[in-house]
Design a protein around this ligand. Structure first.
Ligand code: CO
Length: 477
């Protein structure tokens, strides 16, 4: 059986990529029962930016969203994205908080957790993986489709990123207990023939029971071909998004792939007819999001910049914005030539958040100042010092000297420096009068100011003390 499984990202990455993560729970509910009948491997519905966006823009409790999804999705596992030791936020968290987030995610309805580290440092996901195995294992004992640990490799291109590198990393993650290995190509840098080679090599190297899951986007227009070539090489699961929010910066659309594979040995088993009414619903939702001004139809166009410059689309627009601010827009070509040099100096990190911003900003500074590493932001220093994790290659010593100026480097796991923090954060939430559930502490830990504003709004709405505030629907942030 070489049946291909599909994870649909319509409830998470699709609207994160195309509509600033603004789809509301009420826009999902009407079709959840129908989505549950499709026969997807999983539905991605939580994690990533949804957690932040729910509280910041939508006045929704992200945990309540998860519980709602679970209420309607009785058969299909809900998949989430976890940023390793950074969890649902952007800083390193202590291990006790990592364990709590994983425990509560499963408890509130998650079935599959995809965990990754931007630098591909296994030490940055080991604590999450331990928790996923522990709490997921308990879930799995009752239902083998849930409690799955999916470890993701941040895919990138560059001199050190050859087959050997990816296979070695995948085997490390498999040995750490991963049930699935995901190739996470967030910037659509993976090209179709490379995808074929990579999946072939992984299939050969990994255990037969380990599933390979491919995540790409269609930013550069290669997404469907990437998926198809990966399927030819034996990939088990691919990510797609229903057509109204598919393609462009989002995942390749679901329906064309289902039709393409129908009747072949890779048949997904999904009935195209059943997708039609669901797609019709999301077409209306997409139109609403466009009307609100959060979806610009331009995101659906093919953007070939990544193919030409070898930097992710988001990074390129950041570079152009920074140059514009400095009034040096004419320096773009110089900056694009400087990016690979800075990247080499700091040990070839994958170009994904946050390293793409760090490398990009440093490249802009090197060019604008007319001297390399004359100006060095804290983030660059931390990257060189190992505070984001181990870099794939040694740093350039000459550059490191200029950047660090004798500041200490660490070689241990960055989170080893952190004291347990759950109880302290809980005490803060309680003393401020916002505590209603353990999950509130995790929301507060992830985005303290955003969560506090949301709690204030929620309290006002519940107590009716400030009905105007509750009615506006948006608390000033
Ligand atoms: Co993505």
């Amino acid at each position: 059986m070489s049946k291909v499984f599909i994870m649909d990202t319509i409830l998470r990455d699709a609207h994160q990529s195309q509509a600033a993560t603004r789809m509301r729970t009420e826009q999902m509910i009407p079709v959840l029962p129908a989505l549950d009948e499709i026969g997807y491997y999983s539905l991605e519905g939580w994690g990533g930016a949804t957690f932040d966006s729910c509280m910041r823009y939508l006045n929704e409790d992200p945990w309540e969203r998860l519980r709602t999804l679970r209420k309607y999705l009785k058969k299909t596992p809900i998949q989430m994205l976890l940023r390793g030791q950074n969890l649902l936020g952007y800083r390193n968290y202590a291990d006790d908080l990592v364990e709590k987030v994983v425990e509560k995610s499963f408890e509130n309805g998650i079935g599959v957790i995809r965990v990754f580290d931007a630098l591909n440092d296994p030490r940055n996901i080991e604590s999450s993986m331990r928790a996923i195995k522990k709490y997921g294992g308990q879930l799995r004992a009752q239902d083998p489709a849930r409690g799955i640990c999916e470890a993701a490799i941040s895919y990138t291109s560059g001199p050190v990123y050859n087959l050997e590198y990816f296979v070695k990393l995948a085997k490390t993650y498999e040995d750490m207990g991963a049930d699935n290995i995901c190739i996470k190509d967030m910037a659509n840098l993976l090209l179709p023939f490379d995808a074929f080679e990579l999946v072939t090599a992984l299939k050969k190297a990994l255990r037969p029971e380990t599933k390979i899951h491919l995540h790409t986007h269609n930013t550069t227009g290669t997404g469907d071909m990437v998926n198809l070539m990966a399927i030819k090489a034996g990939v088990d699961i691919v990510d797609t998004a229903l057509s109204p929010l598919g393609n462009g910066t989002s995942q390749p659309a679901t329906e064309p792939l289902v039709a393409t594979l129908k009747g072949t040995e890779y048949d997904t088993g999904i009935d195209l007819e059943k997708l039609i009414p669901i797609a019709a619903h999301f077409k209306k939702v997409a139109a609403e999001l466009e009307k609100e001004g959060v979806l610009n139809p331009k995101v659906r166009q093919v953007d070939v910049n990544t193919l030409i410059y070898q930097v992710p689309g988001g990074m390129l627009s950041n570079l152009m914005n920074q140059l514009k601010k400095a009034g040096k827009e004419d320096k773009l070509q110089e900056v694009l030539a400087e990016v690979p040099k800075v990247r080499r100096d700091c040990g070839y990190p994958p170009l994904v958040t946050p390293s793409s911003q760090i490398v990009g900003t440093q490249a802009v500074m090197n060019v604008v100042m007319g001297e390399r590493y004359k100006m060095v932001p804290k983030e660059t220093r931390d990257l060189f010092a190992g505070k984001y994790g181990q870099l794939p290659m040694p740093v350039d010593e000459e550059a490191a000297e200029k950047v660090l100026k004798g500041a200490p480097r660490i070689t241990y796991r960055p989170a080893d420096d952190l004291e347990p923090e759950y109880e302290k954060l809980k005490a803060e939430v309680v003393s401020k009068g916002y505590y209603t559930q353990e999950e509130d502490v995790l929301s507060y830990a992830s985005f303290p100011e955003v969560a506090e504003n949301f709690f204030k709004w929620r309290k006002a709405k519940r107590d009716g003390v400030d009905t105007d505030l509750a009615k506006t629907g948006v608390y000033p942030v």
